[in-house]
Structures are given as structure tokens and as C-alpha cells.
Design a protein around this ligand. Structure first.
Ligand SMILES: Cc1ncc(COP(=O)(O)O)c(C=O)c1O
Length: 391
């Protein structure tokens, strides 16, 4: 008889450095409960606009079911190039400087793998999306987390970034409008950071997936700043603004040499993003503006509702100017963020996510996604109010 084996022995060491997502735990707790209201998941509650779905359906009927260019359909890259010139006055060459990816998630992984040598440090500004740190570890890099402070409305400053840079630093990852805080950055904040990027000759990876969900002020695209186009890997996609999460449709914009390196990985691992989703993206760029603005207006109403409601309950909530998350402070209740979220779920059936999952400076805060109906938000606020009153 052949000897038995322990499958765990085959797992690479670096996998042990990456804990499972803390968010999953909360979704697993909910899956079998009834009457649960979720402010947990960072996903639009809208179905993708009909004209986008229809374009995809027609393309399947016409038999458009093949691979595309590794870079993505040229028609889509041309639309993206025009979109960036029009919106941000920054030009990307469709042939060589745009790569269509399966979600910003893939773009992030490619960006990091394309630039990281073993031991290179990448500064991750937190609180932030939970995938950044694992992506760096998977690539053999060293994540250096840097906490944006609540006193500064969760904006990172140029001085804070400067202080975290060492001679091993390769890049900084920022995400504004931010998940989980809803913080945004003004152009002047970003200009100061751009100076640091040049001073230390490093790259910026700017995840701008919530760009279209900016309710106050205007979004500044990092690569549109003077001198930043060649020092930026810009990631953006269709998941949030166009309610297209399941399409897995996004893109990376960067100088040719960097796109070439990302392409090398992409062509051997993904070949190309799904053609149906790419056709949907073309339709979204050509005719989706009205729907994007309509959804953004509704998120804005919900934002005011939830921020007002949380403040009224006594949970001090700073003003999120973008994305679809409110990030109230809960430390006044005497509970940790974990305890608060777990008890709120078990006792009042409202899903929220403890802020510490997104980084140390998120401790004492709670992420409440308001990509939920106004009725659900009102009911969730009633329940949160009752929970806090009863403490
Ligand atoms: C900041 C941020 N970046 C990237 C993603 C992933 O986006 P995609 O669906 O395009 O992979 C998310 C999803 O929540 C996010 O919040």
C-alpha cells in the first residue's frame, strides 16, 4: 500500500503569511440567517443597466464568443483613451498603454507582480481595500502599511509617505475615493504627494475604482498631475460606477514599458478578459453616462441619510465625500469594532464590517456600505440606534 500524505506539506511558505479575509467571516455568519440587513458588502445593489446587458446579449447572438487581443478589444481601448482625454485631459496610447483586465483585482495583481523584486517594499496607505497587502506578499514583496489618521479625515499626507520611504521602496498604493472610509483627496494634497514620488524616484499605483462616485469636490486622476503620467499605474474599472461587478471588467493605464511587463503575465495567465464583458464595457462608455449619474445621485441621497442617522445615534461619523461607505467611530460605546459588529449582527441582524480589518487606524470604526435601498438603510439605522441605546 502506498503511504498517505499530508496535503498541507505542499503549500508554499508565503501562503501562511496571508490570513483569510476578515470580511468573509461576517458573510459566513449571515448566510443562514433570515431578516438580516446588510451594510456589509461593497457592491452596488443595482442590476447592470439594461442597454449594457442588451449589448452583451446581442453580441452572443451574433456569435462573438472568441478570444480577443491580449490587450483587450481595440475598440474598447480607443473608447478608454478618449474617455481619459475627455475627463482628465491625460492621453494614453490605445495600442500600447492600455490593458483590459478581469477586474481591478487582476490589474492590481499584474501591477505588483510586474514591478516587485524579492524584498522590494510597497507602501500601502490604510485603511484600505483588503487585497493590497496579500497581493504584495504573493508577489514576494514586503508590504509597509501606513495609516491615514482620522484627525486628518483619513487623508494621507506627503510627509507621512516621505517618512515611510526607505531605499527598498518601489511604489506606493493609494485609493481615493477610499474604501472603507469614503475619504477623498484634493488636488493640492495629491500634488504634494507627487513631489515625494519624484524626490524618491518611485512609482504610484493609484486605484481609482470609485472615481465616479465623488459627491463633493472633483476627482483628480493621479496620472493627470504634471510629471505623473510616467510614474503611475492607474487602475480603474466598471464594477462600481456601472454596477458591473460580475462582469469582471477593468483596465490598467500606464507607460508602455510597464504595460508590456503586465501583459507578459496577463497573456500567459488570463489570455484576455472575457469578450462579452468587453462589449458591455464599450456600450457602458458610449451610452452609460446618464445611468452612472443617476446611480451616483441616489448614492449621494443615501450618503446623507446614513451619515445624518449615525451622527444622530451618537456615532460620530466624519463626512465621506466619495465611494459608498460611511465610517462612523464606535469607540464611545466602549466596545471594540469587532465586538460591536459581531453583537450588532447577532442581536439586531445588521451586517457591518469592523474597521480594523482595513488597517490599524481603522480600529474603533465601523464600515457601513450604503449601497443598499433607503428603506433598508432606515431600518438598519433604527436597529443600530436600539442597539446603542441598550448598551
Ligand atoms: C478599492 C477597491 N479596489 C478594487 C476592488 C475590486 O474591484 P473589481 O471588481 O474591479 O475587481 C474593490 C472592490 O471592492 C475595491 O473596493
Amino acid at each position: 500500500m502506498r503511504t498517505q500524505c499530508k496535503p498541507s506539506q505542499f503549500i508554499a511558505n508565503r501562503m501562511q503569511k496571508v490570513p483569510p479575509s476578515g470580511i468573509r467571516k461576517f458573510f459566513d455568519l449571515v448566510s443562514d440567517s433570515e431578516d438580516v440587513i446588510t451594510l456589509g458588502v461593497g457592491e452596488p445593489d443595482y442590476v447592470t443597466p439594461w442597454h449594457i446587458r442588451e449589448a452583451c446579449i446581442h453580441s452572443i447572438e451574433y456569435g462573438e464568443t472568441s478570444y480577443t487581443s491580449n490587450y483587450g478589444l481595440m475598440e474598447l481601448r480607443e473608447e478608454l483613451s478618449k474617455h481619459y482625454t475627455r475627463r482628465h485631459n491625460v492621453y494614453y496610447e490605445p495600442e500600447t498603454e492600455i490593458l483590459v483586465t478581469a477586474g481591478v483585482s487582476e490589474g492590481l495583481d499584474l501591477a505588483i507582480r510586474a514591478i516587485v523584486n524579492p524584498g522590494d517594499e510597497i507602501i500601502v496607505v490604510q485603511p484600505s481595500y483588503v487585497a493590497y497587502v496579500p497581493a504584495i506578499i504573493f508577489a514576494g514583496g514586503v508590504p509597509v502599511t501606513l495609516g491615514a489618521r482620522p484627525e486628518n479625515d483619513f487623508k494621507i499626507t506627503a510627509d507621512e509617505i516621505r517618512a515611510a520611504i526607505t531605499n527598498k521602496t518601489k511604489a506606493v498604493i493609494i485609493n481615493y475615493p477610499n474604501n472603507p472610509t469614503g475619504a477623498t483627496m484634493d488636488k493640492s494634497d495629491l500634488e504634494a504627494i507627487a513631489d515625494v514620488i519624484v524626490e524618491h524616484n518611485i512609482l504610484m499605483i493609484s486605484d481609482e475604482v470609485y472615481e465616479r462616485l465623488t459627491y463633493e469636490g472633483t476627482h483628480t486622476c493621479f496620472s493627470s498631475l504634471e510629471g505623473m503620467r510616467d510614474r503611475t499605474i492607474l487602475l480603474n474599472g466598471f464594477s462600481k460606477a456601472y454596477a458591473m461587478t460580475g462582469f469582471r471588467m477593468a483596465y490598467a493605464l500606464a507607460p508602455k514599458e510597464i504595460i508590456d511587463a503586465m501583459m507578459l503575465i496577463h497573456q500567459y495567465t488570463m489570455i484576455c478578459a472575457p469578450i462579452t464583458a468587453q462589449i458591455g464595457a464599450i456600450e457602458a462608455l458610449r451610452n452609460g453616462e446618464e445611468e452612472v449619474e443617476k446611480m451616483a445621485r441616489e448614492y449621494n441621497r443615501r450618503r446623507k441619510l446614513i451619515v445624518g442617522g449615525l451622527n444622530k445615534i451618537g456615532l460620530d461619523c466624519f463626512n465621506p465625500r466619495g465611494a459608498f461607505y460611511a465610517f462612523p467611530a464606535i469607540s464611545s460605546t466602549g466596545l471594540s469594532a469587532d465586538e460591536f459588529a459581531e453583537r450588532l449582527l447577532n442581536e439586531y441582524k445588521v451586517v457591518t464590517i469592523p474597521g480594523n480589518i482595513f488597517g490599524d487606524t481603522g480600529d474603533g470604526f465601523l464600515r457601513c456600505a450604503y449601497a443598499a435601498s433607503r428603506e433598508d438603510i432606515k431600518e438598519a439605522l433604527d436597529r443600530i440606534g436600539n442597539f446603542v441605546d441598550g448598551l
